[in-house]
Write a protein that binds this ligand. Structure first.
Ligand code: UTP
Length: 295
């Protein structure tokens, strides 16, 4: 079965990005000229997804406005004869069926995903973490849905991480099937040193099957007192098995200050309107820094 639906949880508080996240959702932070969440929706569409549910909350209305028509801008662009810009602006609204649901209390990623039950129905679906932006040749969601379509099992997007960092993530118990593909039979969120299974950590994207909803209903709060999606996925992995895909791409976490700045450097050096000027600026700064340290 093809994966046609995606859920984007974007209702977290984003406390690591305070104070900006007090008034601007981290998912709406700009990477050059697009909000982070637009890159996610484009990735979904380029992966064959047609229906997207964004989990939003109080204070994140700007997410909904961004994917809606804007009569003011349409009128202004039309009057200025900027038809091409108008077509580009409307394309944001027309690229997918985007709907919204509100999580009225940030009780964790697992709780956010559980709200997607009626949207998902009886189909497999992708979960794209709202603050994880991944630039890649083949969209990461497509890398995962291809594995789902091959094996018919839920798939976790993973990366090898170093021994010191694994305790910040979810470590997978997994055996290699072929290059970049693993079979996963268990996982543990934020493991202590002796609980670590492997250096494979889940990052940013998963494809799930609808069984996850009954499991989530029975999942108690875990790490940080939140209902963790990975605690429910661990049950799925132990009972049915899952696959894991070591994805290709440059990943940025816009919920983390340094990674957010890096995402702008990455895209600023590639965007047609900024790449030349920005490269010159970076080279100038690099030279100044070099002179600074040699002094
Ligand atoms: P994070 O754990 O990175 O988000 O969740 P957070 O809780 O907003 O971050 P900090 O620690 O306070 O800075 C990953 C994704 O899951 C969403 C977030 O919006 C983010 O996109 N999320 C998290 C929800 O939708 N609901 C929640 O209750 C928690």
């Amino acid at each position: 079965m093809k994966v046609k639906k995606a859920v984007i949880p974007a209702a977290g508080l984003g406390t690591r990005m305070l104070p900006i996240s007090k008034s601007v959702p981290k998912e709406m932070l700009a990477i050059v000229d697009k909000p982070a969440i637009q890159y996610l929706v484009e990735e979904a569409v380029n992966s064959g997804i047609t229906d997207i549910l964004i989990i939003s909350n109080r204070g994140k209305e700007s997410l909904e406005n961004h994917f809606d028509y804007s009569p003011e801008y349409s009128e202004s662009l039309r009057r200025a004869g900027r038809e091409d810009d108008l077509i580009k602006l409307n394309a944001i609204t027309e690229m997918a069926n985007v709907s919204y649901i509100r999580q009225n209390n940030a009780r964790g990623l697992g709780h956010a995903v559980s709200l997607a039950r009626s949207f998902v129905g009886n189909e497999p679906f992708a979960v794209m973490y709202g603050d994880d932006i991944i630039f890649s040749k083949t969209p990461v969601t497509k890398q995962l849905t291809d594995i789902y379509e091959e094996f018919g099992l839920a798939v976790a997007g993973v990366r090898h991480v170093d021994a010191e960092s694994i305790s910040k993530y979810c470590s997978l118990k997994a055996e290699q099937v072929r290059e970049n593909v693993y079979h996963c039979t268990d996982m543990i969120e934020k493991p202590t040193r002796d609980q670590v299974f492997t250096d494979l950590a889940i990052l940013g994207r998963v494809v799930l099957t609808p069984e996850i909803f009954n499991i989530l209903d029975k999942t108690p709060p875990g790490a940080k007192g939140e209902i963790q999606l990975t605690d429910a996925m661990a049950v799925l992995a132990r009972t049915k098995g899952m696959k894991a895909c070591v994805f290709e791409g440059e990943r940025f976490d816009v919920g983390n200050k340094l990674s957010y700045i890096e995402s702008n450097v990455y895209m600023g050096l590639r965007h047609p309107e900024t790449k030349e000027g920005f490269k010159e600026y970076i080279l100038k700064i690099a030279k100044e820094l070099e002179n600074d340290t040699s002094r």
